[in-house]
Design a binder for this molecule. Structure first.
Ligand SMILES: Nc1nc2c(ncn2[C@@H]2O[C@H](COP(=O)(O)OP(=O)(O)OP(=O)(O)O)[C@@H](O)[C@H]2O)c(=O)[nH]1
Length: 560
């Protein structure tokens, strides 16, 4: 709703209410004034007819009835008076015929009053006329209004002339009424007076209404419209981004409370908005600075966010990413569909190869609290180096640093795993255990560093003779183990003998070394634990040392 409309509506409502109230007052006031004017008019006629009645009695007693005819003529000349006649009870005009004169003379017994030389009987109205009859019967003045042929209002006034004591001498006391004075007058003057009253009251009412409207409008403007306008302006400012907009506190009562509540609301709105802005800025910074690729779509599936890392990691421009769409981020729509379908469960993250890299990709649909979809998001991380590093760490953790073969921990794990496997499969498992002959003496003679280089060379020799399923390990010090899955006694013998010969043949810094080996094979040896296989090989090695070194001895019979 527009503010002007509010102001206009308020003023219109107040105006209508005032107009109704003032119209009511005007109606009753003018009606009352009209009645008063008519009553005054009637009274003034009554005064005239009363004076005529009194005059009539005096004139008649003096025997000059003809004066009344002249008097009636003069009265007809009064302003607005169109007719002034004295009627007999039969509706004819008095003072015109000789019947009454004759009756009076007869009653008096002498001819006291002269007869009219040219008597006329002039009928004025129907004697049955209602107002006329009422005047005769009640002896009280009556009146009625008519509209003449010209459309003008006429007032007809009937005032009865009672038979007074003066009248009785000539006319007797048989008749209560001697006649009726009939006055017909135009109401033009009265109407003009009424019109003036109406005009005056209209003028007064219009002025009063205008004044009241002006005062009410001013009061409404100050107390209602201006504060609401201020609140509406503040709301518009808020809508256009000025969240902290407040309204001045004006007046009192509900409007002031409304303004206070509005200011409190905007204050808390601003707090929340500032917090949101800060959080959004943080989030934007994080998203843009993230090394992970982040791509987000809206509910319709259009991409709405691509961070710089996404373009770099995917090797595509932002425009390309948008054109190809969310499912083709990794050129593998099936993968993205699978991830989105598995979102919220285990399996919404997968490590996959992308071009020459390895990436960890997570994708999920974003939903609001009511479960309605808001869009989708993908988080892609380049884990190539990470993978490589983990692989390297794993390799280092199971590799002997000096010789490059597996270390003791890996040996234990592998032996245990392989022993469990051969127990289930029934296939053979062999172990070769060996050390360098007279290595103490070698160290003492050529130095520890030279000894280390010999150990490294032995490690290389081990790697050279084993198959890819075999596990060459440094057992500790100058002792080594080779785990040979699916190798029987002959196989172990073959690998061991070849290694012995290779070591015997090699030259390390111009120096020769030899090794002594013990071999043990499961299930040829009835063993229950993996360690027992190494113990059996160790016993065989001991035997090889005993028998002169630089040889391989295969463990026979059950280990002790
Ligand atoms: N250089 C070097 N020597 C080592 C290393 N580990 C163990 N040794 C040495 O290897 C020697 C092993 O000696 P012994 O157990 O007496 O055996 P041996 O002298 O080889 O005698 P036989 O085994 O009976 O032939 C010790 O002198 C150890 O110091 C190593 O990492 N580097």
């Amino acid at each position: 709703m527009r503010l002007r409309t509010l102001r206009h509506k308020l003023l219109l409502t107040v105006g209508i209410a005032l107009a109704l109230a003032f119209s009511g007052v005007a109606y009753f006031y003018t009606s009352y004034q009209e009645k008063m004017i008519l009553t005054d008019y009637e009274r003034s006629l009554q005064r005239v007819t009363n004076s005529v009645t009194k005059g009539l009695e005096s004139v008649m007693l003096e025997g000059h009835a003809e004066i009344m005819r002249e008097y009636s003529k003069r009265l007809r000349a009064l302003r607005d008076v169109s007719e002034f006649v004295i009627l007999r009870a039969d509706g004819s005009e008095a003072f015109r015929d000789n019947a009454t004169v004759s009756r009076v003379n007869e009653r008096l017994g002498a001819e006291n009053f002269p007869l009219y030389p040219q008597p006329v009987i002039r009928k004025n109205l129907d004697p049955a006329d209602a107002e006329f009859q009422r005047a005769l019967l009640t002896l009280e003045a009556t009146a009625r209004e008519i509209t003449d042929s010209k459309g003008q209002r006429q007032f007809i006034f009937f005032d009865p002339i009672p038979t007074g004591p003066g009248c009785q001498r000539c006319h007797g006391s048989d008749e209560r009424v001697r006649g009726v004075i009939k006055v017909t007058s135009s109401l033009a003057g009265v109407e003009a007076a009424i019109f003036r009253v109406r005009l005056q009251s209209m003028l007064i009412i219009t002025l009063a209404m205008a004044l009241t409207m002006a005062v009410t409008g001013y009061m409404l403007g100050r107390s209602v419209v201006h504060p609401i306008e201020a609140i509406t302006r503040a709301m518009k400012r808020i809508l256009s981004g000025d969240i902290g907009s407040t309204v001045p506190l004006q007046g009192g009562g509900e409007i002031r409370q409304m303004a206070e509540s509005f200011n409190q609301m905007t204050a808390s709105l601003k707090l929340g908005y500032d917090l949101l802005v800060r959080e959004r800025e943080k989030l934007t910074t994080i998203i843009h600075a993230a090394r992970e690729a982040i791509v987000v779509t809206d509910a319709a599936g259009s991409i709405v966010l691509i961070n710089p890392a996404a373009a770099e990691l995917l090797g595509k421009t932002e425009a390309n990413i948008r054109d190809e769409g969310f499912l083709h981020l990794l050129d593998n729509p099936e993968l993205m569909e699978r991830l989105l379908a598995g979102a919220g469960q285990a399996g919404h993250t997968e490590t996959v190869a992308y071009r020459d890299r390895v990436v960890l990709v997570s994708a999920a649909s974003i939903k609001d609290e009511g479960g309605r979809p808001l869009g989708s998001a993908a988080l892609i991380r380049d884990v190539t180096d990470e993978k490589r590093m983990i692989e390297e760490l794993r390799r280092v953790s199971i590799t002997d640093a000096l010789t490059g073969v597996f270390n003791r921990r890996h040996m234990d794990t592998t032996l245990s795993t392989e022993f469990g496997r051969v127990q289930r499969s029934g296939k053979p498992l062999s172990v070769l255990l060996f050390d360098i002959d007279h290595f103490k003496k070698f160290n003492d003679t050529h130095g520890h560093d030279q000894g280390d280089r010999v150990l490294q060379a032995v490690g290389q020799a081990m790697k050279a003779v084993v198959r890819k399923y075999d596990t060459p390990c440094r057992y500790g010090g100058e002792e080594f183990v080779i785990i040979l899955p699916e190798a029987d006694r002959a196989g172990a013998l073959s690998v061991g003998e070849r290694l012995r010969r290779d070591v015997e043949a090699m030259l390390v810094d111009g120096l020769h070394v030899t090794i002594s080996l013990g071999a043990a094979t499961f299930p040829e040896l009835a063993l229950s634990k993996a360690e027992q296989l190494v113990e059996a090989a160790d016993a065989a090695l001991y035997q090889a040392k005993e028998e002169g070194r630089n040889r391989l001895v295969v463990a026979e019979g059950p280990a002790t």
